[in-house]
Design a protein around this ligand. Structure first.
Ligand SMILES: [Fe+2]
Ligand SMILES: [Fe+2]
Length: 466
């Protein structure tokens, strides 16, 4: 992920590079054009001087000495070559001269058009401008050409061919361009560094600070102080962020209220479920004339023992509810067996015992933790530690700990309660019985807990008295 600095640096770099290229091209072309125009003006000015000089030579009758004059001009004005080309009329009047050059294509063009003609030669480091300037006859100027020349006003007497050396201009322009290029590079680097510094100071750092302040403000519900920021854009952003913080705070409050409502609802559902399961447990027990609070006491005893065995709060609560369904299977046992006065036949007793398996089958397919635990308890609460219980004759720790806990609690409560066929046993006798069954009917560890917690058990019995 590129940083803001690198993106802006790249963009500015491209813009500056493009700008530099345009500037260099414009300066190069401009410099070249100025040099050419300057050379043209120079050629025209020189042609005027040559015209005047040659006329003076001619009038003084020293035309044969004109080379000295032309060489002086050449060396003074940095000219490669100067040639004089006479018109056919002049040659006719004065005769041909070996000093003059013959008419070629370029000079012929100037004789015809009467206009200067320029030709630029460029080769690597060398450059020169070939100029052909017409010498137009006139009697209107001070030279009074027509006094000597037998030609018409405005006709071309001759052409001055000047080859001006531009190499110096070329090397000078290259030097200037390099200097400008160096300046531009320096300017670009300076501007980029300055831009990065500005971006850092006025964008990146304030943004980082805004993010820090935003986190702090959302957590503590405080507004961000916009006076910490300088630019109009950031101050506007801070105002918008403050509005956002308000919105978040309001939403949070709404969420908290909803959460509380949801918790209350959950609690309500949980309580309803507990009461429902207790009621189901009671219905099952009621069919065999067990008292209403029997299941509640079994639940309380089981929870107490679970805590003493080191179960967590959740597991102890699970034990409290699921133990209340230990006799759920009795729902499926016929009334004449459950309510029979007098002793059951071995066959009938076997059918009553079947309530453990039925309870298990009723609950075993549930995915709910409570009902799964209840199914184990329903199946194993009549198993005995020494292996003489039912339905599977399991022994010792093969019996699930839930089953071992409820086995003790169920008998403990049954003995302590009054039934239609028996009186309630005195508390100490019940405790003696439980102690006597340690390692036989009951798990010795659980028996020890029961004996240690006599007072708690007595308190539960009083609290949930029938
Ligand atoms: Fe039972
Ligand atoms: Fe029971």
């Amino acid at each position: 992920m590129p940083s803001m600095k690198s993106i802006i640096t790249k963009r500015l770099g491209v813009i500056f590079a493009l700008l530099s290229f345009i500037v260099i091209v414009a300066i190069t072309l401009g410099f070249r054009q100025i040099s050419i125009e300057n050379a043209k003006d120079k050629a025209i000015a020189m042609a005027e001087i040559i015209k005047a000089g040659l006329t003076a030579h001619m009038k003084s009758g020293v035309m044969e000495n004109r080379d000295y004059f032309l060489n002086e001009i050449k060396s003074t004005y940095n000219v490669n070559n100067i040639n004089i080309i006479r018109s056919d009329e002049v040659n006719k009047q004065f005769g041909t001269s070996s000093l003059e050059k013959e008419i070629d294509n370029n000079s012929k063009y100037v004789f015809e058009t009467k206009k200067p003609f320029f030709n630029l030669h460029e080769q690597q480091n060398e450059a020169s401008l070939h100029a052909y300037i017409p010498y137009i006859a006139s009697n209107k100027n001070t030279l009074k050409c027509l006094e000597c020349h037998n030609v018409q006003e405005g006709s071309v007497l001759g052409v001055v061919e000047i080859d001006i050396d531009l190499s110096q201009y070329k090397s000078l322009s290259i030097t200037y361009i390099i200097a400008i290029l160096l300046f531009l590079i320096f300017f670009i680097i300076f501007t980029l560094l300055k831009s990065i510094k500005t971006i850092n100071e006025h964008i990146v750092k304030p943004l980082e600070s805004l993010i820090d302040k935003f986190e702090h403000s959302v957590l503590n519900y405080t507004k961000i102080d916009s006076t910490h920021f300088e630019t109009k854009e950031l101050i506007k952003t801070v105002d918008e962020v403050n509005q956002l913080i308000d919105l978040i705070h309001n939403k949070n409050q709404e969420l908290e209220i909803k959460n509380i409502e949801l918790k209350e609802l959950n609690l309500e559902i949980e309580e309803t479920l507990k009461e429902t399961l207790t009621s189901i447990g009671m219905i099952a027990e009621h069919r065999s004339k067990e008292t209403a609070n029997h299941v509640k006491r079994v639940g309380e005893f089981s929870k107490l023992i679970a805590y003493k065995l080191g179960f967590s709060d959740d597991e102890a609560e699970l034990m409290y509810i699921s133990s209340q369904l230990h006799d759920i299977g009795k729902i499926a046992i016929a009334d004449e067996l459950l309510l029979k006065n007098g002793k059951l036949t071995p066959e009938e007793y076997k059918r009553v015992q079947f309530h453990a398996q039925i309870g298990y089958e009723m609950l075993r397919y549930s995915e709910r933790k409570i009902l799964k635990a209840s199914s184990v308890i329903a199946l194993e609460h009549h198993e005995k530690y020494d292996g003489t219980g039912y339905p599977n004759g399991k022994s010792g720790e093969d019996i699930h700990i839930y089953g071992r806990i409820v086995a003790v609690c169920d008998v403990l409560d049954a003995l302590s309660s009054k039934r239609c066929y028996k009186d309630a046993w005195p508390f100490d006798e019940v405790m003696d019985y439980i102690k006597g069954q340690s390692g036989l009917h009951f798990d010795p560890t659980i028996v020890n807990i029961v004996l240690e917690c006599k007072e708690d058990i007595r308190r539960i019995m009083v609290e949930f008295k029938d």
